[in-house]
Design a protein around this ligand. Structure first.
Ligand code: F1X
Ligand code: MN
Length: 453
């Protein structure tokens, strides 16, 4: 346990210093594997760099590989974490964060891969990959994860077609259906969006885990694996916001998606967002992605635009209809994409109000925030070793710009808000229930009700 700046006693951060823990296995095994795949990808594209940039491209490829090999050695031999040297706009805040880490261990311990918080060192690795590319123009803009992200999209085509076909049938009806029927469609598409998070390439260390079967048909069977289901609270938040809008009271009608993975998961986000707008449950949607390649499959601006273009160009009537509408939403400003640097920093979200007040203020405008995926959940709960029965709002430690919901498949050993005994029952049935990706939560929190709407 440790005391945070407010003096509250909080559990320690998950860390690879706990030998055998999921953090330990990730830092020891998965991160070096991911780095090796990045090095291989760059090496495999050597000729492409030569064709595009001549000898300079070859030099850049060689230099980048040598920087990444050095990074891998630092990681595997638990060397001290180094300050960033690329002078990018976020380098200072990263280096201040390193000093914060050095301050917290009071100089007794070095800040290193196996001794520091797992959240910090894992995020730091992806920022060092960016540094290695950035320091080697002309390949500094190359997305080392692009091949995996586009492959995941192409290998999920059947599921995407099934989802767009289902949406077409729903879309026809949303004009004149009962609120209960609308709620049923909402719950289905919310769960499709939840399970889309299984398709994450960093848990699989890049091995394909695209969606192979129809996402709608599998929902019933998956229901039992949802450990916390606050769908009703999410629905009521949307309905009361709509009522406020209809009675002329302040409500932005805005829903924000804090995105996670590209590929099939992003399509499930876009379909849900499409449903929210076309059913009148939202007036505008803001998407928050990453400003550089992150955690292997996370969405960048290029992935967001590419996915809409690809869906529009699909040789499938209902897919291309979706893509056309999504392109229209972006053009009209009904949908907008943002990539604030805070999302690619190591901070727990309880730091956001202090460290990124502009972003916190922007999120406060929304009626509802949807946080996708496991890394966002880890940051919501501070990646700390909470007891499973601790309330979600306790773990949020004051983070609450607006009503929020985490849609997360469990891929790290952190989970709060469970019933007494639920965690131990799961452990007896399935020892790796927190990290196998089979279980999920739809977990909701709303800031205290005196929020003036
Ligand atoms: O946020 P996502 O894409 O759902 O998952 C991110 C993740 O794959 O990265 C870490 C493992 O390396 C874990 O936090 C988690 O499994
Ligand atoms: Mn991810």
């Amino acid at each position: 346990m440790a005391a945070d700046q407010t003096g509250d006693v909080v559990p320690s951060s998950l860390s690879a210093k706990v030998v055998g823990s999921f953090a330990y296995l990730t830092v020891r095994d998965r991160l070096p594997t991911i780095l090796t795949k990045v090095i291989d990808t760059i090496h495999r594209n050597k000729n492409k760099f030569f064709e595009e940039y001549g000898e300079e491209g070859i030099q850049a490829e060689k230099q980048t590989i040598s920087l990444l090999s050095k990074l891998r050695n630092e990681l595997q031999t638990d060397k001290p974490i180094l300050a960033l040297t690329d002078g990018l706009e976020d380098a200072d805040s990263w280096n201040r964060y390193l000093q914060r880490q050095q301050g917290q261990c009071g100089g007794q311990e070095v800040v290193s891969w196996f001794k520091s918080p797992w959240l910090y060192v894992e995020c730091y690795m992806y920022r060092r990959i960016r540094e290695a590319l950035w320091l080697n123009p002309p390949i500094s803009g190359y997305d080392v994860f692009n091949e995996g992200k586009t492959r995941s999209f192409f290998e999920s085509q059947q599921a995407i077609m099934a989802l767009c076909t289902y949406f077409e049938a729903v879309d026809k009806k949303t004009e004149d259906i009962s609120e209960n029927q609308l709620r049923e469609y909402f719950n289905k598409l919310l769960q499709v969006c939840l399970w889309g998070n299984k398709c994450d390439l960093s848990i699989s260390a890049g091995v394909d885990n695209s969606q192979k079967i129809s996402p709608i048909d599998s929902l019933l069977a998956l229901q039992t694996f949802i450990l916390v289901d606050d769908s009703d609270a999410v629905w009521s938040t949307l309905i009361s916001a709509r009522q406020q809008r209809q009675s002329g009271k302040r409500s932005s009608g805005r829903v924000d998606f804090v995105l996670d993975n590209a590929g099939f998961e992003l399509v499930t986000d876009l379909v849900l967002a499409d449903f929210l707008v076309s059913s009148g449950l939202a007036g505008e949607v803001h998407f928050h992605g990453k400003s550089f390649p992150w955690f292997v499959s996370d969405v960048t601006a290029e992935d967001f635009q590419w996915t809409i273009r690809q869906t529009m160009a699909a040789n499938h009537r209902w897919m291309s209809q979706r893509g056309l509408r999504w392109q229209q939403y972006v053009k009209e400003g009904v949908w907008s994409y943002h990539d604030h640097p805070f999302w690619t920093q190591p901070n727990e979200f309880c730091d956001m109000a202090a460290d990124a007040p502009d972003l916190y203020a922007a999120l406060q405008v929304a009626d509802l925030l949807l946080f996708k995926g496991d890394l966002n959940y880890r940051k919501l709960a501070g990646d700390r070793d909470w007891d499973h029965t601790v309330d979600f709002d306790t773990a949020l430690r004051g983070f609450g710009p607006a009503p929020l919901c985490s849609l997360r498949t469990l891929k790290a050993n952190i989970q709060v808000g469970l019933q007494p005994g639920q965690g131990s029952k799961l452990s007896s049935q399935d020892p790796d229930w927190m990290t196998c990706g089979k279980y999920a939560v739809i977990q909701f929190y709303s800031p205290n009700s005196d929020r003036q709407d």
